[in-house]
Design a protein. Structure first.
Lengths: 519, 316
């Protein structure tokens, strides 16, 4: 049965194999009940390091020791990004053991995970929940109905919440680390596959029934700093390589040189100044993409001119904001994931740069989360509609190609929610009548900044007045749509079937939208 | 893609009547340059004194994406470069693109590359007259800009500047010029000093706008700004830009600072008041103000106003 939710989307109330779903009812409308999930107690390692009991000789031994069975749920983190070797390696090994019908529940999937397609076709993996998916895997899963149930897309905060409540029960978490000791302490900041913060893995480590730590770099006890503690890890395994450093990250993320993106950043900076949130102690979340890091550079220039200093920086970290921390422009970085080696180095050496878990960052039902107290958030969009709903999951062709990430989490809680995007991407207008997939509801977006104009959400009258007072010209979002369509024409509607290939959970676990199979 | 640009023209980013087409008279040099303004400065309703071109962005005419995005950076004018920036075997395609894109727009002016004599302009003038008559336009509707890029052009600058009432601006091209004198460009630019000054004097004497040469080190913001400052000091009204990032920098140098503007406004106010009292000379903040000072103040205010309406155009 399909019902219409508060975002005006038609969503199912029940899905075979997944159970019942509540429709999205508003940003903070759905209140939590129940208790946290707790993993079973079953370790008794005895005296010493648990030799032969905890540090095992091979991945296969660890899988067997974890008592993984057909029909269970396995999880991974995505801190190795497109350099990740673990997901493919572990699923290959599981398939070789004849285990089938698994739910794959990584924090996200990358294009390198197209190696999973044969395992999906052969029934080793029959269900997936993730923040996002890309490349050929994403394409196959949008064009064909290969799984027993639609992919469940969760935000970073939403995934943490679902794991904590037990809605997403993880039987075995396979968590990679660039450094670990044989007793199970792990981090991501030392070793050849260094990836920095292990923020997304922390929730899995705490709540999975069984945790297998996998590293290519065993260090003497204790592995410091401790990102994931020995108390949460059941088994430790050493493999040749957990990831390819080239795919994990670059040396330092460079600020864009694209003049169009720099132009958008300059407009965004004016909006930030007009909003009043550029003030002593302001907190900020920059992404890595396009204009948003360029905004960090402009903030730095304005801070240098005015003497004003920021408070904390949150979300992921790049070398650029780490440099700003080191130079005193920001007072702290709270970090779920490092985007480059310069950020890893900062996490390793700067005591004011600390890791945080996905729950600490963005979980709506945590007793506090950083996403709810941040001042300025730079958001992206693959599409935004005239109701300001944002899509960051599917492309103009309806194919999944991105990730929910922290988009809806930060948009719900941050004071200034600023979307920057080029008005035309490829040959397509970014502003549309209705986004293909709603990830973040329009009520959570304050303003859209493009190279061809700025549009304030009509619901945000205070901001509109602030921009007027500051002398920033704005137009309606419909006017931006018209400006784009004057150049591109109006795209034809996509051909899609009624069949659901993905469900998009809002951060509170309700359904905000679905993705249909593209024909 | 050409459809896209056509739509751009229809969308009004290239405003009707604001397009300048540049051609060279000799067949081997035939390259149509289409020049479009997005700012108000070439608008025929503007006073002569504020027709200044602070920043003029050159765009290779066979790259549609650049053409579409060029107006975003709000240069005072855009040159679709069909000359040296387009490879010989790409000229046909690029011309096709430009023509199909801008045919719906009534040309405002033609810009002639590598002008070396008054006869070059006269030739174009005559051709334009015939085209205008054929098209039922008033003869003289379409304006001309001349590009001075050779030693011969520099030596004939005075005659060129006075060659036609259609002429609205004269630009200087240093790269071809240094070749023509068998020298090369240096950071100090001594090799260009005479030529730049000659172009400025010829243009200013004729009452048209002198536009300075490009600065090709696109990463060197400080070097570019220094070059623009030199151009402004020499008397140029604007600067040719090869990269969008140069536009804001050129504006920064050419447009009056808030301090300059407020001082100019004080001068004009004092002078107006003095005239009302029947006095021709007045002191403002300890400085004697008379005709030339008032004219300079008026120019600063006019440029600021033009720039303000430019910003409004940008914001639309």
């Amino acid at each position: 049965m399909m019902v219409t939710n508060k975002a005006g989307r038609s969503v199912p109330s029940f899905i075979e194999n997944l159970g019942e779903f509540q429709p999205y009812a508003g940003v903070f409308a759905t209140l939590p009940t129940g208790a946290h999930y707790a993993p079973p107690i079953r370790r008794n390692l005895g005296r010493g390091m648990g030799a032969g009991k905890k540090f095992l000789a091979s991945l296969r031994e660890a899988i067997l020791a974890s008592e993984l069975k057909s029909g269970m749920t396995i999880s991974f983190h995505h801190h190795f990004r497109n350099g990740d070797m673990l997901v493919n390696m572990v699923v290959d090994e599981i398939a070789a053991l004849g285990i089938k019908d698994l739910t794959l529940a990584p924090s996200s999937l990358q294009s390198i995970h197209q190696a999973l397609i044969p395992h999906i076709r052969s029934g080793v993996v029959t269900a997936i929940t993730t923040s996002g998916l890309r490349g050929e895997l994403a394409e196959v899963l949008t064009r064909e109905s290969l799984l027993k149930s639609p992919v469940v897309i969760r935000s970073h905060g939403g995934r943490a919440r679902a794991i904590e409540t037990g809605e997403l029960k993880i039987d075995v978490a396979f968590l990679g680390a660039s450094a670990a000791d044989v007793y199970g302490n792990m981090n991501g900041i030392h070793g050849p596959a260094a990836c920095g913060s292990l923020g997304y893995a922390m929730v899995d480590a705490q709540y999975a029934d069984c945790v297998v730590g996998i590293t290519d770099n065993i260090v003497p006890y204790p592995a410091l700093p401790i990102s994931i503690p020995q108390t949460q890890v059941d088994f430790v395994v050493k493999v040749d390589k957990v990831g390819d450093p080239k795919g994990i990250m670059t040396g330092a993320t460079r600020i864009t040189r694209d003049p169009l993106e720099l132009h958008i950043a300059a407009q965004a900076m004016r909006v930030i100044e007009a909003s009043g949130y550029f003030r002593e102690g302001f907190s900020f979340q920059a992404g890595t993409g396009g204009a948003s890091l360029a905004v960090a550079k402009l903030l730095r220039e304005r801070m240098a001119e005015t003497g004003l200093r920021g408070g904390f920086c949150t979300g992921g970290s790049t070398g650029y904001v780490c440099e700003m921390l080191r130079e005193g422009y920001f007072s702290a970085i709270l970090d779920t994931q490092c985007f480059d080696l310069a950020a890893v180095e900062s996490l390793r050496t700067n005591p004011r740069h600390v890791e945080m878990s996905a729950s600490y960052y963005a979980n709506i039902h945590a007793k506090a989360c950083t996403a709810h107290i941040t001042d300025i958030m730079m958001l992206a969009a693959t599409e935004i509609d005239t109701a300001f709903n944002v899509n960051v999951l599917t492309g103009s062709d309806g194919i999944m190609m991105g990730a929910s990430g922290g988009h809806s989490d930060t948009a719900a809680g941050t004071k200034l929610r600023l979307v920057t995007a080029p008005l035309i991407r490829g040959r397509f207008p970014i502003v549309v009548d209705s986004v293909h997939t709603v990830i973040t509801p329009g009520e959570c977006i304050d303003v859209l900044v493009t190279e061809r104009g700025i549009a304030v959400n009509p619901a945000q009258q205070t901001l509109q007045e602030q921009l007027n007072d500051f002398g920033i010209a704005t137009v309606s979002i419909e006017e931006l749509q018209w400006r784009a369509e004057k150049l591109t024409g109006k795209p034809e509607p996509l051909a899609q079937s009624e069949e659901l290939v993905a469900l998009v959970e809002y951060r509170d676990g309700t359904l905000i939208d679905v993705v249909r199979r593209v024909l | 893609m050409s459809t896209l640009i056509k739509r751009l023209a229809q969308a009004g980013s290239f405003e009707s009547g604001d397009v300048l087409v540049q051609v060279a008279p000799s067949p081997e040099k035939l390259a149509i340059h289409i020049k479009s303004k997005v700012g108000p400065r070439f608008s025929s309703s503007m006073q002569e004194s504020v027709r200044a071109v602070a920043a003029e962005l050159g765009v290779t005419a066979n790259t549609p994406a650049l053409i579409i995005d060029a107006p975003v950076f709000t240069p005072d004018s855009i040159i679709l470069d069909l000359e040296d920036a387009v490879a010989v075997d790409q000229k046909d395609a690029a011309r096709e693109l430009v023509v199909s894109a801008l045919v719906p727009v009534k040309p405002h002016a033609l810009r002639l590359a590598m002008v070396e004599s008054a006869e070059d302009i006269a030739c174009l003038d005559e051709l334009l007259g015939r085209c205008e008559a054929d098209a039922g336009l008033l003869v003289g509707t379409v304006k001309i800009m001349a590009s001075i890029e050779t030693a011969k052009g520099v030596m004939n600058a005075n005659a060129i500047a006075l060659s036609s009432p259609r002429l609205v601006a004269m630009s200087f091209g240093a790269e071809d010029f240094t070749n023509s004198i068998q020298s090369e460009r240096t950071p100090g630019g001594h090799e260009l000093l005479y030529a730049r000054t000659a172009v400025v004097l010829a243009a200013r004497a004729a009452g048209i706008d002198p536009i300075d040469t490009v600065f090709t080190l696109v990463e060197d913001d400080a070097g570019f700004k220094a070059d623009v400052r030199t151009a402004k000091q020499l008397g140029f009204a604007g600067k040719s830009c090869v990269h969008p990032r140069q536009i804001a920098l050129a504006h920064e140098v050419f447009l009056p600072t808030p301090e300059e503007l407020s001082k100019a406004e004080r001068v004009l106010a004092a002078y107006t008041e003095a005239l009302e009292r029947g006095v021709g000379v007045v002191a403002v903040e300890g400085r004697m103000v008379d005709g030339p000072i008032v004219a300079r103040a008026q120019r600063i205010v006019d440029i600021a106003n033009a720039s303000k309406s430019l910003r409004e155009v940008r914001a639309r």
